[in-house]
Design a protein around this ligand. Structure first.
Ligand SMILES: NC(=O)c1ccc[n+]([C@@H]2O[C@H](COP(=O)([O-])OP(=O)(O)OC[C@H]3O[C@@H](n4cnc5c(N)ncnc54)[C@H](O)[C@@H]3O)[C@@H](O)[C@H]2O)c1
Length: 359
């Protein structure tokens, strides 16, 4: 029988959540839900029957069909952790059965499918959270508030590095290496694009170069992206999944213990009054009253940020969204804007032209 953590007499029944898709991230969600005091893991589903033993191991009912799972378990919410190309078909079933959904990022692999997710979830009036969980990171939330409260002055630009070495067995999963859903732009850098939109504002135009020379796959392994924002700021991302390097969100934030940790920064935000490095959260500014110019010293101060697991915070948020206590931090339309921007990067790289983004 399912263990109900933190649910005692007199409290309202905990929210019932199911996980659909039991790959790496689906199992991570299942673990978080199982240990949550906000919800219970009511069932899991995967089309691959080899995952049944995992369900038995964690003591939850297993289904290989989403409809059967929903009929049997009657969940309040579902986490969709299937490959990107299956997000729409699963989201559609959940929405029609009035189940609120947390869809792993990106919302889908094509804009057409993400539009269908927007439409069906609106029609069925279900809540949607897109799993851009880094919006819940204390580092990113702090960066957003520093930029928005004008501490850096007027935002001038942002620079991001996502450079690391993916392990060889990562590429054993076919969808990760083929279009339209695979490749670091749609799987990994979609996080950077979403963070830039969240912290700095809407992106207006992108120009990109991509290379697949290091891994020789159908999808890119390295990217250089130049961006401009609607507010006039400029941005830059350099990314590669085939270089040994300590500069990536994964390596520097310590949010995911699976990754090597380095005490480096991966993002920098620049304003007319100062600069911020993330996740070190160091702000560099002239001392108060000092003259400005490159010959004068800058002072470094550090912001205190407590370490939290953003996937955990995202789950708590999803529970509050299901209970109607909060609106989604990133709904289907917003997730589609991030996807549209990511697609603009790939279009720019393919055609070698700047691409304007209109939402
Ligand atoms: N938030 C993050 O940082 C993060 C990290 C990794 C992956 N993801 C996202 O999570 C999703 C899954 O990624 P992954 O790497 O865990 O994939 P994976 O290929 O390892 O696992 C996906 C699982 O879904 C199952 N599946 C496929 N179609 C299904 C269906 N119709 N119904 C039920 N199960 C189905 C597969 O059998 C597989 O077990 C992707 O959208 C990916 O982009 C997000």
């Amino acid at each position: 029988m399912q263990m109900q953590v933190g649910w005692t007499d007199g409290m309202s029944a905990p929210i019932k959540i199911v996980v659909i898709g039991l790959g790496w991230i689906g199992r991570k969600h299942a673990t978080l839900i199982s240990s949550s005091d906000q919800c219970v893991l009511a069932g899991v589903c995967d089309v691959d029957l080899s995952h049944q033993s995992y369900a038995e191991q964690i003591g939850v009912p297993f289904y290989d069909n989403v409809d059967e799972l929903i009929s049997a378990v009657q969940p309040d919410g579902a986490v969709i952790a299937t490959p990107n190309s299956h997000h729409f078909s699963v989201a559609q079933i959940c929405a029609r059965r009035k189940v609120d959904i947390l869809i792993e990022k990106p919302i889908a692999d094509t804009l057409a499918q993400s539009q269908r997710i927007v439409d069906v979830t609106k029609e069925q009036d279900v809540h949607v959270v897109i799993g851009h969980h880094r919006r819940h990171s204390p580092f990113i939330q702090m960066a957003k508030s520093v930029v928005e409260n004008g501490e850096l002055g007027k935002l001038v630009g942002a620079m991001m590095l996502w450079t690391l070495m993916k392990p060889a067995d990562y590429f054993d999963v076919n969808w990760r290496t083929t279009r339209p859903g695979g490749g670091p732009m749609l799987i990994n850098l979609i996080h950077e694009i979403d963070i830039l939109r969240f912290v700095c504002g809407e992106i207006r135009q992108v120009f990109a170069h991509v290379s697949s020379e290091n891994r020789n796959l159908e999808v890119e392994d390295s990217l250089s992206i130049s961006l401009s924002f609607e507010n006039g700021a400029l941005g830059n991302i350099f990314a590669s999944d085939s270089v040994p390097s300590p500069w990536s969100y994964e390596a520097t934030t310590r949010e995911n213990p699976h990754y090597f940790y380095s005490e480096e920064n991966c993002y920098q935000f620049f304003g007319t009054n100062g600069a911020l490095a993330v996740p070190g959260m160091e702000i560099w500014k002239y001392t108060s009253g000092s003259a400005t110019g490159w010959q004068y010293p800058l002072e470094k101060s550090s912001l205190e940020v407590s370490q939290e697991d953003p996937l955990h915070s995202q789950l708590d948020h999803f529970c509050r969204v299901i209970r109607g206590e909060e609106s989604s931090l990133i709904n289907a339309e917003d997730g589609m804007r991030t996807l549209r921007t990511a697609h603009a990067v790939l279009e720019s790289a393919e055609k070698q032209i700047p691409v304007e983004i209109t939402h």
